[in-house]
Structure formats: C-alpha cells, structure tokens
Design a protein around this ligand. Structure first.
Ligand code: ADP
Length: 401
C-alpha cells in the first residue's frame, strides 16, 4: 500500500509518499506560502524535481496541486490518485484524548478542534490539512498521529504542575510533551539496534533540533519529558527560552508595558540561542561564532550544554539509572563536538563516550566505549516512517507496535 504522510503548517504542507512494501520513499515535497503571495510547490520523485509556482489560497488548493505534482506523467510518482491507500497526518496536540494514533472521524476532528487552545498555531493547520484531504480525496481514509500521544504514559507526579488542582481539572493545565513520535521511534530503534529488550531498558532520548526536548523512557514507556503544556518548556532552543521562573513574564510585561501575549512571543520567537547570542538561532552559526571567540555565542552554547546535562542527570535519577542515551535530530545527529561536551564527565553514571567513534559520526552508531555500562548511540529520527507505519496498521486493522 502507498501511504501519503502529511505535515500541515499554517502556510505550508510537507509531504512524503511511501510505498509500504519495502518502506520505499517514492516522493517528497513541500508546498509553501499558502495564502501568501509567491506560493509554490517543490517535489522530488525518482531523482526528478518539479517546481510549480502558482497562487494557492487555501490548503485545499495546496492538496490539489500536490496531487497534480504526484500525478505528473513525467516527473510524478503515481498513475492514479486511487493508488494512495491512506493519508497519515501529523497532529501537534492531542491533549489527554489520545494515547495513540487514530482513524479520523467527526469525533476525532472535534477533539483536535477542542485542543486548539493548547496548540493554537498547529492544530488549526493540522485540521485544515485533514479537511482538505477529505474534500479532495473523499474515499481515502485519514489517520491522525499525535506529537503528544507517546507521553501520555507519564505518571501524575511527572505531568502535573504545582498549581491548584482545579487548573488541571477545569483547564487541563499539565505537562503534555512534544516530539513524541520521534522519542518513540528512536527509543525503540536504539533497543533494536543494540539488541536490548525494550521492556527491560531505561533510555534517555535527546531530540536536539531547532526545537529540543528530552524524554525518559522506562521499559518502552515515557515516564517524563522536558516540554510542557506547550513546546516552550525545557532546554534552551533555537528561539525558545526553555524553562525559567514564570515571574519573568510579569516582570518584563510590567516594566516594558507589554501584554502577556507579547512577552510569550518574545520567549517563543526571540529567545534561546538567538536571544542570547544576538546572532542566530542555528547551531552551526553559534558554533562558528563561538569557535571564533564570540562571547555571547560561547555563553549560548554553554547554556545549551549545561541545560541538557542537567536533564540527563534528572532523568537518570527518575529511572534509578540509565542503560541507553540516544542523540537525534539536527544537532543530536550532526553535532559531534556538542555531543562530546554534553557527555563530558558522565563516567560516574557509567557513561563513557569514545571520541574516535563520536568524531564525524552522523549516522546510526554506538559512540560509547566498549566498556561503557551505558550505551550512547546516535539514531537518526524518522517521524514520517512512524506516521506511515501507524497509518498502515490502522487501515489494515493490525495492532500498532
Ligand atoms: P527542526 O526542529 O526544525 O526539525 P532539525 O532537527 O533539522 O530542526 O535541526 C536543526 C538544527 O540542527 C539547527 O540548529 C542546525 O544548526 C543543527 N545542525 C545541523 N547540522 C549541524 C552540525 N553539523 N553541527 C551542529 N548543529 C547542526
């Protein structure tokens, strides 16, 4: 079966077409600037690239153009739209309603809608992606795969905030966590790769990209994660502040006569590596500047390393030890120097990095020494394949792994 994996943003659609027989990537594309001047689609299939620049007012226009590109007789990947067996959608926030992926129906759409206040940027776009598919491909089933679902196994002591219980009961204020599809994939893949039984292994997953989060995965289940009710909590990120005293919001708002929304915008979009360095949100730029002696870039990098190390320590304590530490996503997969700094001095928990294995490592590999009790691994993440596998299981009635 061929499965289309869709990640709908407010003005974009990222997609992959995967043939589940052999899990082959048939096409990959990006629809950009939907509803904005300069809309275009770029697609690669069988080494051929298509670029179409055409106004697109809505996500439905975007889906229609995506199908046109996929069906292109010369540079496409499909002969007929009917070859698409199902569509798997990445959905940001499932709240407490979803602990796993589900077939989309009216009830599911209503639940995604009900979670818009928790995911105000992404959930409306994800829903638009689903509704556009329903309109353009009415006979094709849609599956929703939630970024929050994997973290639903956290116990209350990990997911509750220390605020009056009525805020949890009335407003669902709690830690949800994100990047769940990635944490689930890399924790499972790491155990397979190392030949370990997932149901008896304690894993710390470090998803370090533009947005970063860590998770403690005990015996295959998430028991804690660093992101919170929104992706703002946790370690320092590209443009997000990560955790801090919430009184900062009031202090800046009062002092600079800003609204709470305006301060939150600063914390989400102008903080993190960008805010501290004043240079860039991109780790490669920070590395270059820091290596060149730029003080603020050095501070930003140190804050990132220190924050991640603290979470590794915390999650080791949370699970009474750790067996595997996984690095993934842009920084985790490529930043060998940063991995070395993060793992420095962790021999006391039994984790010893092998610098010759780590240096230059950018693919699936063990980067700890042979005598390291804790295995340190790099596992490239693949959220799309998880979405496609879940979708296939749901539409063929098989249990999700
Ligand atoms: P997103 O969260 O947008 O999916 P990615 O997982 O692609 O982000 O990660 C992007 C981050 O990875 C950027 O900060 C980028 O600088 C960083 N990155 C990519 N290559 C390297 C590298 N060689 N060394 C350090 N960081 C890198």
């Amino acid at each position: 079966m061929k499965i289309l994996v869709l990640n709908a943003g407010s003005s974009s659609l990222k997609y992959q077409l995967i043939d589940m027989e052999g899990e082959k990537l048939l096409a990959k594309g990006l629809v950009e600037r939907i509803g904005i001047e300069g809309s275009k689609i770029t697609q690669k299939a069988h080494g051929e690239q298509i670029v179409i620049e055409q106004p697109m007012k809505t996500h439905t226009d975007g889906i229609q153009l995506m199908l046109k590109a996929l069906l292109d007789p010369e540079k496409g990947a499909l002969k007929s739209m009917d070859e698409i067996g199902a569509v798997g959608h990445r959905v940001l926030h499932g709240g407490e309603a979803f602990t796993a992926s589900v077939l989309v129906n009216e009830e599911v759409k209503n639940a995604i809608k009900a979670n818009i206040p928790l995911g105000p940027l992404h959930n409306p776009a994800n829903l638009m992606g689903i509704e556009a598919c329903e309109k353009v491909m009415p006979n094709t089933p849609n599956v929703a795969v939630f970024d929050t679902a994997f973290h639903q196994t956290m116990p209350p002591k990990a997911y509750l905030y220390g605020v009056p219980m009525e805020y949890y009961e009335r407003l669902h204020v709690r830690r949800y966590g994100f990047h769940g599809t990635s944490h689930r994939y890399v924790s499972k893949r790491a155990c397979e790769f190392l030949g370990l039984d997932r149901s008896k292994t304690r894993v710390i997953t470090c998803h370090l990209g533009n947005g970063s989060s860590l998770a403690a995965v005990e015996n295959g289940k998430c028991v804690d994660t660093s992101m919170g009710i929104t992706p703002l909590e946790g370690v320092l990120m590209g443009t997000r502040s990560g955790s801090m005293d919430p009184a900062v919001v009031q202090y800046i708002a009062n002092n600079d006569h800003l609204s709470v929304d305006e301060v939150l915008n600063i914390l989400n979009k102008k903080s993190g590596l960008l805010g501290i360095s004043g240079l860039s949100s991109d780790m490669r730029d920070i590395d270059d500047a820091a290596d060149g002696g730029n003080e603020r870039a050095i501070t930003a990098r140190e804050m990132l390393i220190y924050g991640i190390r603290k979470y590794i320590g915390a999650y080791t304590a949370a699970m009474n030890g750790v067996d595997v530490i996984v690095f993934t996503a842009g920084i985790g997969e490529n930043g060998d120097a940063l991995r070395a700094r993060i793992m420095e001095g962790f021999e006391y928990i039994g984790a010893k990095l092998d610098s010759s294995r780590n240096n230059g490592c950018r693919s699936e590999a063990i980067i700890s020494t042979d005598d390291s009790k804790v295995k340190i691994v790099v596992i490239p993440t693949d959220e799309e394949i998880v979405i496609a596998r879940d979708t296939l299981c749901i539409v063929t009635g098989k249990p999700i792994e």
